[in-house]
Design a protein around this ligand. Structure first.
Ligand SMILES: [Zn+2]
Ligand SMILES: [Zn+2]
Length: 348
């Protein structure tokens, strides 16, 4: 089979490797779509060689069941599925609390084991979720980032739909967070983005207002300070502007959820006085987990099965897997290329 494999620092090769073999409890999935995620980009852009066993990334996977090791899984050959990428043991303390993203014996597809930037991938049948016949595979691959957006809101103390919501960032997670806010019933949703081209998408997904914030805009000049009960920060990366902005936007007794991934050297950089003075609740958000007995990934799959037409707008670009290098280039020049989400499609 063919894969896109990292073979050296900043070197990805489209190359042939042996087919994966399935173990007991696993299914072989013929990959139809695999989303390119910010976390994959860190690996692709790294000047050092990542240390994952296969160096085949890709964790936002949808496809078709090609082979299955057990008849008891509830799945059959030919089933259209989406894959939950987090592997968890279900018996350690975090797993028993439902917080399987912290599993002590866990891992993830496309990080610790071979991922979906390949024609085929072997995955546990317990990580499979069924797709409705009308859901396109590219939209289905959004289940992982959508589950992350669901988790952002489940991190709140409570869902009070009268609260005003601000989302900082108009990447896939920011826009999907606007979508989840709408689905959860909020009606005052503002997205602070950097790309004018995302305005229409943000509105169709659920944002009521889209405010174009460039890096040097001081939002205190625009009277947004202290105005939002809920602030979701989804930017992260090598900057701290969005960190300050999140705390500044938050209203008294508001809540700030940091969902963006900052590199380790980016320590807290916001007005600590605001946190105390406004009595802010500040929390982080990492992947997804069980929430009130239900898997947040399942909640995301349900949204996709119900509303794939709306979510389709997040997928801005598709590339054949053989063009992974072009896909990575486009993602690195997001702004000028109008990229929201890139999906890779292995060839037949
Ligand atoms: Zn991802
Ligand atoms: Zn565990």
């Amino acid at each position: 089979m063919y894969t896109a494999q990292i073979t050296g620092p900043r070197t990805i090769e489209y190359k042939e490797v042996p087919m994966p073999e399935i173990k007991e409890g696993e299914a072989l999935i013929r990959v139809k779509a695999a989303g390119l995620c910010g976390s994959d980009m860190h690996k692709f852009n790294s000047h050092s060689m990542p240390n994952m066993p296969t160096n085949i990334y890709g964790h936002e996977i949808s496809g078709v069941v090609e082979e299955i090791s057990t008849s008891l899984s509830g799945f059959e050959l030919g089933d259209r599925v989406v894959v939950k990428p987090i592997l968890h043991c279900d018996s350690c303390e975090p797993c028993e609390e439902g917080a399987y993203q912290f599993c002590e014996d866990g891992g993830s597809i496309g990080k610790t084991v071979q991922g979906g930037f390949a024609d085929y991938v072997a995955v546990p049948t317990s990580n499979l979720y069924r797709l409705n016949p009308d859901v396109p595979f590219d939209v289905a691959s959004l289940a992982d980032p959508l589950a992350v957006a669901v988790h952002n809101f489940n991190k709140l103390r409570e869902i009070d739909t009268d609260d005003s919501v601000a989302i900082i960032g108009d990447g896939a997670i920011g826009l999907l967070s606007a979508y989840v806010a709408k689905q959860f019933g909020y009606s005052d949703i503002t997205v602070f983005g950097k790309h004018k081209s995302n305005l229409a998408i943000a509105k169709e997904l659920g944002a009521d207002t889209f405010y174009l914030a460039s890096g040097d805009v001081d939002i205190s000049q625009h009277d947004f300070s202290n105005s939002k009960k809920i602030v979701i920060e989804s930017v992260g990366g090598e900057q701290s502007q969005s960190m300050k902005m999140a705390v500044d936007l938050a209203a008294r007794q508001g809540e700030v959820v940091f969902a963006g991934v900052f590199p380790p050297q980016y320590v807290v950089n916001y007005a600590m006085r605001d946190q105390g003075w406004k009595e802010l609740s500040i929390t982080g958000s990492n992947s997804f987990q069980m929430h009130k007995g239900k898997d947040e990934f399942e909640t995301a799959v349900e949204m996709i099965n119900r509303d794939s037409q709306t979510l389709e707008q997040i997928v801005s670009h598709k590339f054949p897997l053989s063009q992974i290098t072009q896909a990575v280039d486009s993602m690195n020049n997001k702004g000028e290329k109008g990229v929201v989400k890139i999906v890779l499609e292995p060839s037949e």
